[in-house]
Design a protein around this ligand. Sequence first.
Ligand code: ADP
Ligand code: MG
Length: 410
Amino acid sequence: MKARLEEMPSRIEPARIDTLGGDLPDLVAEVAAKAERLGHSLHPKTAANLSDLVRLMNTYYSNLIEGHNTRPRDIERALAGARDEGQRDLQQEAVAHYRLQERIDRQAASGELPDPADPEFIRQLHRDFYAGASVEMLTIRSGDRSFTMQPGEWRSVAEQDVEVGRHLPPTSACVPAFMDYFHLRFAFDPAPGRVLQGVGKGKAKRLLATATAHHRFNWIHPFPDGNGRVSRLMSHAMAHASGIGAHGLWSISRGLARGLQPGLDGRGEYKQHMAWADEVRQGDRDGRGHLSLKGLELFTGWFLRVCIDQLTYMSDLFELDALSKRLDRHVALSETLPKESARLLQEALMRGEIDRGEAERITQMPERSARRVLKQLIDEGLLASDTPKGPVSLRFPSATLDTLFPRLYA
Ligand SMILES: Nc1ncnc2c1ncn2[C@@H]1O[C@H](COP(=O)(O)OP(=O)(O)O)[C@@H](O)[C@H]1O
Ligand SMILES: [Mg+2]
């Protein structure tokens, strides 16, 4: 059967921005440069532990965008295995989001990240995001009808048709064809012979495609639910694959949730820019595709500015001298920690990790007192080791966030 004209997958064109105009070239260059520098002054061990914090933050914001508000403290507890009455589902999805981002970060670090635009990769994200979901989480309701979503499966039958705000995504039956086309246009590693179609290796090309793929994916809305969360994980993977991942020291969700303007205005920017990019072509000077090129450029410019804003914020936060001062301040404000504990924290910051036996020398306290201070820092979660007796490194539990990382959370 021939697809109806309005259901042709090429309806997502323009999928990419091929001719850079306006301030896009400068924005691309700035994102690349800022990502390159982020976390450079940090010891790799400290950076790795900070990326845990970033992952938790991304999880928080990505779910918050969907109106699912789980406090950092409760996500942290959930990661440790707790499920609290009344928020099991929220904690479940937070853990799933966190673990998936962790996997992406690990794959990116070891060079094993699959092509983020590959439909198999995306379906796997969705499958794993919902792997431990309750029946309630998988029940999709619309009016008085409902159905159960299958994790990892595209929409396929008419009852799964969706609406997003004022946008009507393609009918369910067409989703596989749209996602094949999505892959064709957004493949970071196109199959030989298809190079002209896919994104290819260039950094600027990949960065721009990260932005436009985010919109076009959500425009297709291939799953009955979970598109937003899965798309933000896909974008996180694309950021890594574009070379702007900065070892997991920043992530896009905080910026998408907060926008550029302060407060409520900023929080509306994401959906507003997504909606503008849904518009069809407005006249002869708006590209040659079915959708508006201007709308896509507007979205892309906003997306890149959001990246720059987040990279700047995280760079300031993770700047070595500033972080060092905030550690001192944290100890000074603490009602429990003795002032000598600051020396241990500073040493861990500078050197990445310290042997437990060094506490005496570093604090210049008698052995027993030094060990007590060390234990206290471990009990408060500021220092921890990978093995029971192993060297300790800095950690950043949620109770320390107000003093160590102000404004990280809404
Ligand atoms: N006008 C729009 N056009 C395209 N995508 C949109 C629009 N408005 C919102 N979105 C996307 O849809 C997502 C919500 O889709 P949904 O399937 O419910 O995902 P989740 O369950 O993860 O929230 C938002 O996070 C956003 O990314
Ligand atoms: Mg939803």
